[in-house]
Write a new protein. Structure first.
Length: 135
């Protein structure tokens, strides 16, 4: 068993049937996803099944963002108010931090962000072993 997730386009299409993208686009989105989530044996996500879920969520996130761009919607953020006469739209990212604003643009990105929270926490280990210092 290798330590990487291989992208299975058919499996992805079965899980996310509503997403419209070519095989080439999905493959490219998978490469982009691996730029955000390490897909090697050194990944902090050791379970290949869990890593596949996370990578698929990122691929879906990229696909939805591209669908929106292709439809002419390049707005980023959550619609907080809208008008009709003379068209007015206000967008907001709420209380999002700089890191998660990008992920909060789609339900797939938001789910990815929530599922990866455990990997973004800090672990502090107290020890009495002296740290070697060169002087």
């Amino acid at each position: 068993m290798s330590g990487v997730v291989e992208f299975n386009v058919n499996k992805f299409r079965d899980i996310y049937p509503s997403l419209k993208a070519t095989d080439a686009q999905l493959s490219m989105y998978f490469v982009e996803a691996t730029m955000l989530l390490n897909n090697t044996e050194q990944s902090c996500v050791k379970s290949l099944a869990e890593r596949e879920v996370l990578l698929f969520l990122l691929v879906a996130h990229f696909a939805v963002l591209q669908q929106r761009i292709d439809a002419g919607n390049e707005a980023v953020g959550r619609v907080t108010s809208a008008s009709e006469g003379s068209v007015s739209v206000s967008l907001d990212n709420g209380q999002a931090t700089l890191s998660d604003k990008w992920y909060q643009q789609t339900p797939y990105g938001a789910k990815y962000w929530a599922l990866t929270a455990k990997y973004r926490s800090f672990l502090y280990v107290v020890t009495n072993i002296a740290m070697p210092v060169r002087r």
